[in-house]
Write a protein that binds this ligand. Structure first.
Ligand SMILES: Cc1cc2nc3c(=O)[nH]c(=O)nc-3n(C[C@H](O)[C@H](O)[C@H](O)COP(=O)(O)O)c2cc1C
Length: 335
């Protein structure tokens, strides 16, 4: 799958997630393999300025992190264009525009998913951004604002007409927030309406989900968000499955090493140990579906120092090994 001139190694993309998809998390995901494109969390266009500390943190990319999309949001075409150009200058391979965020903070400012209610305004933004960058522009949207106004087809057509290189659809309306089930089949209408690559997103947790979402929508690629927090290996498994290779499970050592690597990444990048420990805690939600995972997660949530987290992880993995559970991650375990 290509996005403009950029060839993705796999049609499996990491979804942008605020406060989660920072540089250490993206490094973790990329190192697992099977990730065709990483993406920063979103940042308001007004914050993409040279000395803004938020921009410095959100738009930090590793030298070898390629390709990467930087995601911006806002509603002023000139500001969005300037932010897109600044992102390109900071090393973005792709500029992604957020038309999907449902939060009141964002939609209250008539940005994010609220822009789907203003197709003309959205078009002005697409055109302004396209006029400001050489990198491909992509647009991430929802099905629409609510059930009565599902207009992803119209917004996707407008994005394509303005020159977008790909479109991602999270198969929910803004009104649904993150509730209910993603309606993968509804994205087939977008597929029929545009020629550019289409990426399906929402509720993809397994290789079976990825296949079902692709077949229901006709999309070219899948994007995974929460599933990656739960299991950082899932993009690799999906990529293997789609390429006809048998998906493999990581060893215990690999799982242990991944968690330690993540914590080290936070310690290197965060201003204080407390901040690093806080960031780490956002990433341990997925531990519930591994043996004794709920207990481990509780222990880690109560840890106050990086040392305490290192020690708890080490004793956990040693106990698993002693119990002969090294192959047990695929099964659901009682809490
Ligand atoms: C904690 C969290 C933060 C998110 N932040 C962003 C964001 O910054 N930009 C964006 O386009 N979507 C954001 N999303 C939406 C995801 O990218 C994705 O569209 C959504 O979670 C559905 O996909 P999933 O079921 O694979 O998680 C966020 C979702 C979550 C759960």
């Amino acid at each position: 799958m290509n996005i403009g001139p950029i060839k993705l190694s796999a049609p499996t993309l990491q979804a942008p997630m605020e406060a989660i998809t920072d540089a250490p998390f993206r490094a973790l995901i990329r190192a697992r393999g099977g990730c065709g494109l990483t993406c920063t969390e979103f940042i308001h266009s007004a914050h993409v300025t040279p000395r803004n500390p938020l921009a410095a943190r959100v738009l930090r990319r590793a030298e070898d992190e390629q390709p990467i999309a930087f995601q911006i949001y806002g509603r002023e075409p000139t500001l969005m264009a300037a932010a897109a150009a600044a992102c390109e200058a900071r090393g973005a391979d792709i500029i992604d525009l957020n038309l999907g965020c449902p939060s009141k903070q964002v939609t209250g400012g008539r940005a994010g998913a609220a822009l789907m209610r203003e197709p003309e305004r959205a078009t002005q933004i697409f055109e302004a951004v396209m006029g400001a960058i050489k990198a491909p522009m992509t647009v991430k949207m929802r099905l629409g604002w609510d059930e009565e106004t599902r207009n992803a087809v119209e917004i996707a057509r407008r994005a394509e007409a303005a020159g977008a290189a790909a479109v991602t659809v999270h198969a929910r309306t803004r009104q649904q927030l993150y509730r209910g089930e993603a309606d993968w089949g509804a994205v087939a209408e977008v597929r029929a309406a545009i020629q550019i690559p289409l990426i399906i997103n929402g509720d993809i947790l397994t290789t079976g989900d990825a296949r079902a979402a692709l077949s229901a929508s006709g999309a070219d690629g899948v994007m995974v968000g929460r599933g990656l927090v739960r299991d950082p290996w899932i993009l690799r498994q999906i990529a293997d499955d789609l390429a006809g290779r048998a998906p493999t499970s990581p060893s215990l050592e690999a799982r242990h090493g991944a968690l330690l690597g993540l914590l080290r990444g936070f310690l290197e990048g965060a201003p204080t140990e407390g901040v690093a420990v806080g960031r780490m805690k956002k990433h341990i939600g997925y531990l519930t579906h591994i043996p004794w995972g709920a207990q481990l997660r509780d222990d880690l949530l109560h840890a106050r120092t990086a040392e305490a987290i290192f020690e708890r992880l080490t004793s956990y993995f040693e106990a698993l090994e002693d119990a002969g559970l090294s192959q047990a991650f695929e099964r659901r375990w009682p809490r």
